[in-house]
Each structure stands twice: as structure tokens, then as C-alpha cells.
Design a protein. Sequence first.
Length: 482
Amino acid sequence: MLFKPDSTDDEKRTAPRKRSLLSRVLGRMVSLLITLVILGGLGYLGWLAFQPKQNGGGGRGAGGRPDLPVPVLAAMPHVQDVPVYLDGVGSVKALNTVTVRSQVDGKLLKVNFVEGQDVKKDDVLGEIDPAIYQAQYDQAVATKAKDEALLANQKIDLARYEQLAATNAGSKQQADTQRALVAQQQAIIKADQAQIDNARATLGYTKIVAPIAGRAGLRQVDQGNIIHAADTTGLVILTQLQPIAVWFSLPQQQIMRVNAAAAKGQLAVDVFGNDGVTVIDTGKLTGIDNQVDPTTGTLKLKAEFPNASYQLWPGQFVNVRLKVETLPQAIVVPTSAVQRGPAGTFSYVIGEGDIVTAKPVTVTQQNEHEAVIASGLTTSDRVVTTGFANLADGAKVVVGKDDGPPAADLAPRKRSRSPDGKRGAGQGEGQGKDGKKDWPGKDGEHRGRHEHSEGDQKGQTGPAPASAAGGEQPGGAPKAQP
């Protein structure tokens, strides 16, 4: 027999299930809401912590002064003649290098120089045993004397034959033959003289002389050795150091510029020392190569320097600059005054009321210290040179004084400012308005020092925001100065 279940029992069983499902959904929603509240609170706290950095530090919030001027340094453009240089890298080479070799064979009897010695032209550097060559010279002189005596006898016979031929006592043929013998003997004597000259020159080669003035290197052959004219090493190598040459290279794009400048006159060349800044010698351009090196795309040039103090040495690598022209009456500003933006180069010009305006400028050339301005500035403008971190177009500035060399900061300084914008007692610099140290007057008291980050000023220090009186920071107690 089948029984129909009671409906009230089913409702009693399904009711607890519905209540448990609803409680789980409500629990998840509550957990989600709590999580959202926590994340929102953390985000708000992070926003509050980040907000002072955006406003330029503590004290510039609700009670701060966001319109404070930006501390900067300024300079005035000036007019001057600016030389134009082309920079290159080169190597020092001796103007002349000679390997001194013997021209005859023999025993080296003397060495008359010291290694590293400066020698003059025609100084005797070494002597070879001259005995053999002296004998050859004496033999040539004796041969000439014998032939001269024979010639004298033949001339006497010629005079006799000519007298006999004139009186028909002798034949004319005999006189002509004697005349030919005399001419032949005269030619022999000339050959003897040539032999004497050759023997004299060979004898002179036994003294090895310096062909140029220069500095002697290390000796290649010691005294007592047999040297030969075919030896490749030689006795010593001489290098001419005064004057000296420098070979350097320039990019092939500068060929036309260099040729145009060289056509106008002699070009000056400077060579720098090891620091790359000090000019140690100034010379002149003496040669330009006739072709470009295809492997490097550069053109070789040669300059000559006096080298009075031997500051240049063969084989040394140096930095060189070639003066090609001079820009007359050019407007010059410090290189730091030229800034670069998306639209090109510009400078901040200080106008009426110490308000800066960004003006586009055209730079002809610049180096580490000065920039030549082709357009955009005049000599009456004041341009900002330092303090660009918090600077913008239309900002108000306060121009400081650059009376002395800036002190190097080993670490960024921290500043703080009170709500009224005045320097507080806890200023990190420890200075008053007059620039003197402002320490408390009572013994045993110390100021509290509370500082905040000033931002990236590239080492620039200006009027610093001070902390509130008493040295308190927002949200913290004063920290005692040790």
C-alpha cells in the first residue's frame, strides 16, 4: 500500500537548507565589503603619504605656500670672438728617424756616444779600424805619383820629337805618336786621382757620423765587434724630437671644411696633455693626405710642433684639435643655460617681476663650458643656469649669488618649511637670515632638526623651507639634537 508524504515534513526539511545558503551568501558579501573598505583605507593613506611629495614637501599642503619662488642662478650673455675647432685623435711620430749603419766592414774600435744622448749633425758616433783603408789610399797616391813621373818624361820626349820634325831631322809620325802617348798618360793620371778620391772616401767611412741632429737610442753593437755594411740593425737609431710631428685623423665629412680653411692660410693645431684639458704645445698643419682611408672613413693629417720641453714623445697617443675658423662677435652663454625639450633647444629667460619664460634658441656650437647662440637671445637677457628641477614656464624665481666655488655635496640635503613659509628653529643648515650660524643662546639647549626631501635639484641649494617653531614635524614629536 502506497502512502503520500506529508507536505509539512518537506517544508521542515528544505527550510534549514535555504537558511544556510542565504547565510553563506550574506557572509561572503560582508567579507567582500570589509575587504573593499580596508583596500580603500590603504589607498587613501597612500594618497595622503604621496601628496606632500607632489606639492614639493611638507608644509605646502592646506597650510602651506605653493606660490613660493624657485631659487636659481642666472647669467648674462656676452659677445666675443669664438674659435671653431675640429677634434681628432692622433699619434706622435719623430720628424726624422735614421738607422745609423756602417758603410764599410771592419772592427768597431770606439763608441763615442751615450745611450739617450742628444747628438748634433756630423758628430762621430763610432770608429772602425782604418788600417786596411789607409793602405789602399796610400797605394792610390803612390800609383798617381808614378804615373805623373812617367808623364813628365813623355812630355820631354815629345818636345824633342817636335824640334826634330820642325827641322826635318825626324819624322812627323814619331812626333804625333809621342803626342798621343802624352795624352794617354794624362788620362791615366786622372784615373789615378779618381782612385785616390775613392780611397779617401772609403777611409772616411771608418768614422761613423750622425747624419741628422737628434737623440740616440739604445746601442745595437758593442765595441770590439766586427760590423759589416750589410748589417740591418746598424749601430744606433737616431730620432729627431725637435721639431716633432703628430699624425691625426678627422672624419671624411670635414674634408671640404679643412681644405677651405687651409686655402686661406696656415692652420693652428693644439695638442692636449694626459688630462685632456691642458694644451701642452701648439703647432701648425703641414700636410693633408691625398685619399680617405676606406676602412675607417677618415682623412689623415700631419702637424709639426716645436716640442721645446720634450713634452711629446714618439709613439704617444694624443688628443688634437685643429682651428679652422673664428666666429666674430658671437653671443655666448654658459652651456648649462641651454636646455633640450621635445621641440628642440630652449633657454629660460628671466623677465619682469622675476618671471621666467622659455625661449627657443639656435645653437651654433657648444663645448663643456660655453654655447654659441645663433638666434633667440640678446645681450640684455638674463638666462637661468642652475635650478631647473622645479622650474616651469611662467614660474617666479629668486636669483641667488654665485660668489664662490660651490661646495661639493656628498649626499642630497633635506629641507623643511613651516606653514608660514619662514625659516624655523630646526633648520637643517643651522643658519640665520644673515648667513651666520644661528645656534640657541642658552647653554645645554639644542635645536630640533626635522627635514624632508627637497627633490632633484642637481646639487642646487637655495632658500630652504624651514620646520615649524619648536622643531616639530606633522605627525611626529621633535627629535633632540645629539
